[in-house]
Write a new protein. Structure first.
Ligand SMILES: [Ca+2]
Ligand SMILES: [Ca+2]
Length: 413
């Protein structure tokens, strides 16, 4: 009798226990950790950034993944498309995991790969517990080597990048990778890859309006005296289609005279958004009157543009000044750049600051803000609200895509 009671009691407790676990799983009790850390995102990039390769020369690129949080993966896949009339692949080595037999392709499939102009990468981790990718740390996935059949920049386009995470309850989560630099280069055959040229912005942000050009003026004053020039500037930012009062943007400026930067100190001024949707600002500088000036203007969060005339110009492509220069002679000069669009999106870079390129790092930063639902956080707005409407959202992300589609993704110099 007592034994029977114990069995029944144990049975009931067991059922309650199982029900509790089932309920807990459906309520996500055991999943709190991953919820709290936000949506996992993985950025894929190529190292080094492709540059021009001479005919018959070889190249070797490693695909590096960088997750925004620790991930325990059991596999990944991606597709790489290339122009088989321009490059041939000689080896495909898996650096993380091993090839999934009959699904992925490696060096043994290079004939098929070269025939089709397409590589299917599919890897699995051999251990059941998966492989840990550390937060904000590069991990090498695959190294692709090949040969250029004609001189040019090897264009390898990544598509369909996914990783598979194994969770603590043994379920799997599919994680889509961030937009890689490969795919950004697909939209701009000439300009993007050269975005690898380092553009170290060597500047103190707050040198403001003051005229600190004494070096330049004294050194050149032997031929001509410098005068104080006030330059009033107005310009347009991509995507700013609404007027919100009191919007301001730090704008950096470099002045070139006869192709040489006149001052080591960078100039910056604050531009304000007016109801004409143009940004207005002004600065003053001591300059020698001359006809060979060129300005480099870089508004906050935007790409730098090269300005070679006092009036605006069409802005659909990167600009070559040719022989054009600006003549500065009077004390007040209007620089009307309303015909020129400043392209949005340079908000970060590998060092965490704007780096003169609009690439996947900038895009991913915006996506993370959206995913973490922090688009109204004032620090995020200051950092990443590209269209100055007071929130970081998909419109800001779209502006970056738009820039890529135009094939413009770097500072003009
Ligand atoms: Ca950038
Ligand atoms: Ca916005």
């Amino acid at each position: 009798m007592i034994r029977k009671k114990i069995i029944i009691t144990t049975g009931i407790l067991l059922i309650i226990g199982i029900l509790t676990i089932v309920y807990g799983v459906t309520k996500g009790w055991f999943n709190k950790k991953s919820k709290a850390s936000g949506t996992p995102t993985v950025l894929l990039r190529v190292d080094p950034i492709p540059v021009q390769i001479a005919e018959n020369n070889t190249f070797s690129y490693t695909l590096k993944a960088n997750p925004n949080q620790n991930l325990n993966i059991i596999g990944y896949l991606l597709t790489i498309n290339f122009d088989n009339a321009k490059v041939q692949i000689t080896s495909i080595e898996y650096k993380t995991g091993v090839i999934s037999q009959d699904l992925g392709q490696d060096t043994s499939n290079k004939d098929t790969v070269n025939q089709l102009g397409k590589i299917n990468i599919q890897a699995e981790i051999s251990t059941a517990q998966g492989e840990l990718l550390l937060q904000n740390t590069d991990v090498n996935l695959v190294t692709i080597s090949g040969k250029a059949l004609i001189t040019g920049i090897p264009q390898l386009l990544i598509d369909n990048f996914k990783l598979y995470q194994i969770n603590s309850d043994s379920t799997l989560t599919e994680i889509s990778g961030g937009v890689g630099e490969f795919s950004t280069s697909s939209s701009s055959s000439q300009s993007s890859s050269s975005g690898s040229v380092a553009s170290s912005s060597s500047s103190s942000e707050q040198s403001s309006l003051s005229s600190s050009s004494s070096n330049a003026s004294t050194s050149s004053s032997s031929s001509q005296e410098s005068v104080k020039v006030v330059i009033k500037i107005k310009y347009r930012m991509q995507g700013v289609l609404n007027w919100i009062a009191n919007q301001s943007a730090l704008t950096k400026l470099k002045i070139l005279k006869n192709g040489v930067e006149i001052d080591n100190d960078s100039i910056s001024f604050i531009a304000s958004l007016s109801s004409d949707y143009l940004w207005h600002g002004q600065f003053e500088q001591r300059l020698v009157p001359s006809n060979d000036y060129v300005f480099l203007v870089k508004p906050d969060k935007h790409l730098q543009r090269k300005v070679c005339s006092l009036s605006g110009r069409d802005s659909s492509t990167l600009y070559d000044c040719g022989e054009n220069t600006i003549t500065l002679s009077s004390n007040t000069t209007d620089l009307d750049l309303s015909g020129l669009t400043f392209f949005a999106g340079d908000i970060t870079g590998e060092q965490g600051i704007a780096d003169g390129k609009v690439d996947s790092l900038d895009y991913v930063m915006i996506q993370l803000i959206i995913q973490n639902n922090t688009g109204k956080d004032p620090t995020k707005v200051a950092k990443a609200d590209l269209n100055y409407d007071g929130i970081v959202d998909t419109q800001d992300a779209s502006l970056i895509i738009e820039v890529w589609q135009k094939g413009i993704n770097q500072d003009e110099k």
